[in-house]
Design a protein around this ligand. Structure first.
Ligand code: C2E
Ligand code: MG
Ligand code: MG
Length: 586
């Protein structure tokens, strides 16, 4: 190990001898320079760890020499101890001013000399350690920043540019205005099913395989990015006309005709594509991307493997949609939502058994709007969570009021959407509403659709179990329209199946709808579930459903959804409050 090296600068060699004698017991390597110029010349060779510097020297004095050494970056941190016989305050101040670290006065005291040198070297050592740590930290920060930047710009799974990176490239392309730029937005059809069936690992490998296949379709100069979990985007330059564009899109769609081989599975995957052309009318990259996304969404509505080019009509629809979103926000603030109630009857006894609460929007200009006109939009924006709780509260308050009037066996069904079901506060909200309204939870039925289960079956099972442990009943709404209904039925803790209106409305003895309804009823009987038929509009439909053994039903034949006051006038006016034998046959 290199010995600690001390440079002694003094015009008097005797002083060096004294110091050498005093430090003889210490493990230092001492060097001597008799002038400033010699000292400076020897720095690089001697690499001192400390300098003892005489203040009074002919030529360059100690103070000037100290200033020069401290001005050199590589020697700046080496401690300099000034040695002076006449330690006047002014001299000391000047030494400090030029960067000296300590003083020692002549004649030397041995112990003091050893102590001062030791203390300076310790400080210097700590300083160097700190410096090294700092450098290490800086390198680490630089590495991490580079990694983060890479993550922001490059998708780790596919090595493709990210959405952020794509937006930057698109922004540059739009600035040029020299070529017609287009965005083709691809979304895999029902990718969630792959994750569900094969697991995330296979899902990820499939995404990599899709990325590789799409890369092979890249035209020179174009960009392919991964912009969402199962979403990819092409940034296309120089699109001469729509004919060529259509041709290219067909090519991309055809690329999905062949299955993907992943982990020894042959997986078929299709995509929907939405395309938006800049036509030099878009300045903002986000707007063009949004337009392509909207077009893709439209394509999805038509089915798997479809494509759509964004057009003016869609632009208008988007505008209307944005207006609707804003209006809905205002409506929430102005308390424009109310619950209507549709009666549910026993098809065996003709008795009124309960209601389904359906939200209505008292629109200031357009009048009363049905849920179907705004709930899908609210579902997308997430506003449905607020409005859903509002309806649940109103419906529970109303049920409690009717129970207290003596109609104590009536039940209340309330719809819960996917977003509400995924809301982290759902259980506490429900508990709070039950507590504040005082209703009997056994009279509350929550209607969920199969899509709620499809989103995350395990979480849905856990949540429904918690709801049922509170005596709340669970109903699958629009049954028969979702996926894999039979697969989860035995695992899913439910009480009621609601046959979707689409089967009821077309039911004719012997036709397919009749058979579906029959199957659902048989299945429910076997699983011990109750069946409710919804959307009954005609006497014939009622008759068929009764023949098939549907226990309960609701529909325009009996009543449309109506306000609470009308329910009271029409259905709850009977003096004998225990019998709800409302005949709907006449
Ligand atoms: P849903 O729960 O299946 O409700 C039945 C829909 O069919 C209601 O439409 C109802 O007015 C309508 N309907 C009832 N009987 C008949 C009939 O005989 N013929 C016809 N043609 N239609 C009938 P609405 O009120 O527009 O609600 C549509 C959907 O919006 C509901 O379907 C439900 O999924 C959702 N929704 C309604 N209210 C709420 C709510 O408070 N919260 C949540 N999350 N969703 C709601
Ligand atoms: Mg419903
Ligand atoms: Mg329904």
């Amino acid at each position: 190990m290199k010995k600690t090296s001390i440079l002694i600068v003094d015009d008097e060699p005797d002083n060096f001898d004294v110091i050498e004698a005093f430090l003889s017991g210490q493990d230092y390597q001492l060097h001597y320079a008799d002038s400033g110029s010699e000292a400076i010349a020897s720095l690089n060779i001697l690499q001192p760890d400390l300098i003892l510097l005489d203040v009074m020297m002919p030529g360059t004095d100690g103070i000037e020499l100290c200033r020069r050494i401290k001005a050199m970056p590589q020697w700046k941190s080496v401690p300099i101890v000034m040695v002076t016989a006449l330690a006047g305050k002014q001299t000391l101040a000047r030494c400090l001013d030029v960067g000296a670290d300590d003083f020692i006065s002549k004649p030397f005291n041995r112990l003091e000399l050893i102590a001062r040198i030791g203390s300076m070297l310790r400080i210097h050592d700590q300083y160097q350690q700190l410096n090294a740590l700092n450098t290490e930290l800086e390198t680490l920060v630089q590495q991490k920043t580079a990694q983060l930047q890479a993550l922001i710009f490059e998708d780790a799974l596919t090595d493709l540019p990210t959405r952020y990176h794509l937006l930057q490239l698109l922004s540059k392309a739009l600035e040029c205005k020299t070529s017609n730029v287009a965005i083709a937005y691809l979304d895999c059809d029902q990718f969630k099913l792959v994750n569900g069936a094969f697991g995330y690992l296979v899902g990820n490998q499939l995404l990599q395989a899709i990325a590789a296949r799409l890369k092979s379709l890249l035209r020179p100069g174009d960009v392919l990015a991964r912009v969402g979990e199962d979403e990819f985007c092409f940034l296309l330059h120089n699109i001469p006309d729509e004919k060529i564009l259509n041709f290219w899109i067909q090519e991309v769609l055809q690329a999905f005709d062949t299955t993907f081989e992943v982990d020894n599975y042959q997986i078929f995957m299709s995509v929907c594509i939405g395309v938006a052309l800049s036509n030099n009318t878009y300045d903002q990259p986000e707007t063009l991307l949004q337009a392509a996304d909207t077009a893709m969404y439209k394509a999805k509505l038509r089915g798997k493997g479809c494509y759509q080019i964004f057009d003016h009509q869609m632009y208008v629809a988007t505008l209307l949609r944005i207006t609707l979103e804003n209006d809905l926000q205002q409506a929430l603030e102005h308390h424009e939502f109310v619950a209507y109630y549709q009666p549910i009857f026993s098809l065996v006894t003709n008795n009124l058994v309960g209601f389904e609460a359906l939200v209505r929007w008292q629109h200031p200009q357009r009048g009363m709007l049905s849920a179907g006109e705004f709930i899908p939009c609210m579902e997308e924006t997430g506003q449905v969570v607020r409005v859903g709780i509002l309806v649940l509260r109103q419906a529970c308050q109303q049920l409690q009021a009717w129970h207290q009037l003596g109609w104590s066996e009536l039940t209340m069904s309330v719809n819960l959407s996917v977003r509400q079901f995924a809301s982290s506060t759902l259980l506490t909200d429900i508990d709070q509403i039950i507590a504040e309204t005082g209703i009997n939870p056994a009279c509350l039925k929550l209607e969920i659709t199969e899509s709620v289960i499809m989103q995350n079956a395990e979480a849905a099972i856990q949540l429904t179990e918690k709801l049922r442990s509170r005596q709340i009943q669970i109903c699958i709404d629009d049954f028969g329209t979702g996926y894999s209904s039979l697969g989860y039925l035995h695992r899913f803790p439910i009480d009621i199946l609601k046959i979707d209106r689409s089967f009821v409305s077309q039911i004719e003895p012997g036709n397919r709808h009749y058979q579906v309804v029959q199957t659902i009823i048989t299945l429910s009987n076997q699983l011990g579930l109750t069946v409710v038929a919804e959307g009954i509009e005609t006497q014939e439909q009622l008759q068929y459903l009764q023949e098939l053994g549907s226990e309960f039903g609701q529909g325009y034949l009996f009543s449309r959804p109506i306000p609470a006051e009308m329910i009271e006038k029409i259905f709850l006016k009977d003096c004998d409050k225990r019998r709800f034998n409302v005949s709907f046959e006449s």
